[in-house]
Design a protein around this ligand. Sequence first.
Ligand code: UN1
Length: 499
Amino acid sequence: MEVGYPFERCLNYIGGRWAEPTGGRFAPNINPATGEVLCEWPLSTPADVDAAVQAAEAAQRRWRLVPAPERAKVLMRVGDLLRERKEKLARTLTMEMGKVLEEARGEVQEAIDMAYYMAGEGRRLFGQTTPSELPDKFAMSVRVPVGVVGLITPWNFPIAIASWKSLPAIVAGNAVVWKPAEDTPLLAREFVRIYEEAGLPAGVMNLVFGEGPVVGDAMVEHPGIQVISFTGSTETGRIIASKAGAKLKRVSLEMGGKNAILVMEDANLPLAVEAILWSGYGTSGQRCTATSRVIVQRSVKEKLEQMLVPRVEALKVGDGLDETVRVGPVIHGEALENIHRYVQIGLDEGARLLTGGKILRDGDLARGFYYAPTLFTDVTPSMRIAREEIFGPVVSIIPVDTFEEAIAVNNDVSYGLSSAIFTQDVNRVFAAMRDLDTGIVYVNAGTTGAEIHLPFGGTKATGNGHRDSGTAALDVFTEWRAIYVDYSGRLQRAQIDNN
Ligand code: UN1
């Protein structure tokens, strides 16, 4: 299937119109597999953000009054259009950010699932009804939209994460100003086109391309935006949180991870190997949920290594459009250098390289940004490669003696997104479910593969207490309103007249 993006321009989408950025500056978008330019995207200014917020404010005044089941009909159509265009979107996604086609299809499916799931919320958006402590009085709580929400999304899941945030925001009656990642403008544009074709009223979804420090910053500072939902680096999240904190703005942050698979001595090792390959090297290790540590009991360490190394070496690296490829490129040259720097740090720290550890430049690979799937062993928990997020195809094996030590090592990092344990022992399973201090825990499965109807997010430096997807996302995009209706016809004072 031809996707056919000759060099073209993406534009902002403000108040239902595709608009040039003020200042007229654009930047190129590169296919990381080939180095070719796919399109260019606007370097917008704070004036564009302001126009988007004004359009959003005007639209939201009407959108909040549309019954939620009617709002949900738009989401149903969004789901239908995503489904119709799944293959084309997946191919564009592979070209734009490099993940292999099978994974790209999975990501588009995640957005489809989210659209239908959130469309269902249009007929729920449940609050509570509860007795009042006073006679002839009625009490309930309802969710109300917050107004205009700002979404800042990453390149590694350009449509799935945008769907986790925008669909709940919109079904709940908010209007959106969205800044997508610099590296994935085409997917953002295609998603917004779908919203437009699905009949979303003008101004409910606004798209402003640009750089974080300019457009993202203008969104955080703008008084018209009540909530910022951000997925990206911990470094950027910290800046957003402190700026937004000063303005008492709600911020939902989803940031780094240092996820581990724990392999116990009684584990099904062939299964653990499959999970490490999939969660460690899938998406070239560029998932927030990717496995970057394998914490293994010493008695099975050597066996695991023997099974793992040939499988890692057999992973075919290349352009994700080739369906025999298992590991695509990383996002750009800077990421490639950063990953390689971490490998050097690991070697300097005394970790033992089992395979990989190099930038790949053979033949066609020289045109893109490819890193060899890399496996370290004899890594200790204090090494930087065991503590810092690398965001590439690099996995570190950390040997431990006991189950308790494995849990302690898992928990002894600043992040807390996802963890997994391989064991057949039901007692250890339940202890791990209690003691692994991550927002997501897997038993006998890898650290990736979260489903959209459960809360997604993590503890410690991974987040700030909020969750994406699931009904938890509604908590980010709504306020609770407690409502009391007194039908006694007299003044009744709570806590006084009934005590
Ligand atoms: C991310 O990497 O930020 O659980 C999202 C997973 C995917 C989503 C990952 N469903 O791996």
